[in-house]
Write a protein of this length. Structure first.
Length: 322
């Protein structure tokens, strides 16, 4: 038995020189970045009197199925009357997700009322067939030695081809779409990494050009099963017109700032400091927040007004468009 294990280790070591993981950065650098993350949640797309916020936790395909069931239940609840009749799905203003829950969150943002397609396009299909799963295969041991058994060429490619149709974050800008918060874990800083316009501006990158599939795959990149997903920070040749939002200096200098703000500010500062980090390596978002509330918590902590993330009309009258 021992000699068999020895042969496997030897084969893996030899194959390590032949097997290469896809560790190309998923982001695209630009010289002109757009506006940062919005200050307020988008107004509810229905009559504006109800704001629904959802967070979908991690847990693999089970989490995807559970969160899909939540959407179906919300879609069964009719509200309003007359010409304003609709279901609670139409009142969703923000949806956050991590790992398996990120699949559902992203698909709702991408398809809106077409979210029901998720059942046939993902839940009833075998996405795991795209993965390298043989535990003792020498090639997989070699991949594990290099950081993870699977990379962008497996799960992310499957999602891009079979679920998100090559769509990028720009698809979330469709009229009536909820704000989508997906996060992974920045393993250098030990903090959550939200796929937000603020963070991508800090690394001189355009979030609108990021494939939705890459964000979802990063959020679900369980250690060892997946190699870290790589994001490139700024370099002397990739500078841009980025201006730090005020909350970063608050987090760096104010001892009374919430710990979450301090940690996020230190991470954002590191992305601009080439002496500290040139690449951000991302793993499963569940390592830092498996219930997908970090986006909500951060928005409250860094808010410049007591009613954020609600707009003033929504906060004071309960009606975002009246």
């Amino acid at each position: 038995m021992r000699w068999r294990v020895g042969l496997l280790v030897l084969a893996a070591a030899l194959l390590a020189g032949c097997v290469a993981n896809d560790v190309e950065p998923i982001n695209t650098h630009v010289t002109q970045v757009g506006p940062g993350s919005p200050d307020y949640l988008p107004d509810a797309p229905a009559d504006g009197s109800t704001v629904v916020a959802l967070s979908f936790s991690g847990g693999g395909t089970r989490a995807t199925a559970f969160s899909y069931g939540v959407l179906r239940a919300l879609d069964d609840v009719e509200v309003g009357s007359g010409g304003r009749a609709h279901t609670l799905i139409d009142d969703v203003s923000v949806v956050g997700g991590v790992s398996g829950g990120a699949v559902t969150a992203a698909y709702l943002g991408y398809k809106g009322r077409g979210y029901r397609e998720l059942r046939e396009r993902f839940l009833l299909r075998d996405a795991e067939s795209s993965l390298h799963t043989a535990k003792l295969a020498p090639a997989n041991l070699a991949r594990l030695w290099k950081g993870g058994v699977n990379d962008r060429s497996t799960f992310a490619a499957w999602l891009d081809r079979n679920l998100f149709d090559g769509a990028t974050y720009s698809a979330f800008r469709r009229p009536g779409a909820p704000l989508v918060w997906i996060h992974a874990s920045d393993i250098y800083n030990g903090t959550a990494f939200g796929f937000t316009y603020d963070r991508f501006a800090a690394i001189c990158s355009d979030l609108d050009k990021l494939r939705i599939a890459d964000a979802v795959a990063a959020s679900a990149a369980f250690p060892a099963v997946f190699a870290p997903v790589v994001v490139s920070t700024t370099t002397p040749t990739t500078r841009c017109n980025y201006k730090q939002p005020d909350w970063i200096q608050r987090g760096l200098n104010d001892p009374e700032a919430p710990e979450r703000v301090k940690a996020a500010a230190r991470a954002m500062e590191s992305y601009q400091n080439n002496d500290r980090v040139n690449y951000i390596k991302l793993l499963d978002g569940g390592l830092t927040d498996n219930i997908a509330v970090v986006g909500f918590a951060e928005s409250l902590d860094i808010a410049g007004s007591p009613h954020s993330p609600l707009s003033p009309p929504a906060a004071t009258t309960g009606c975002a468009d009246c």
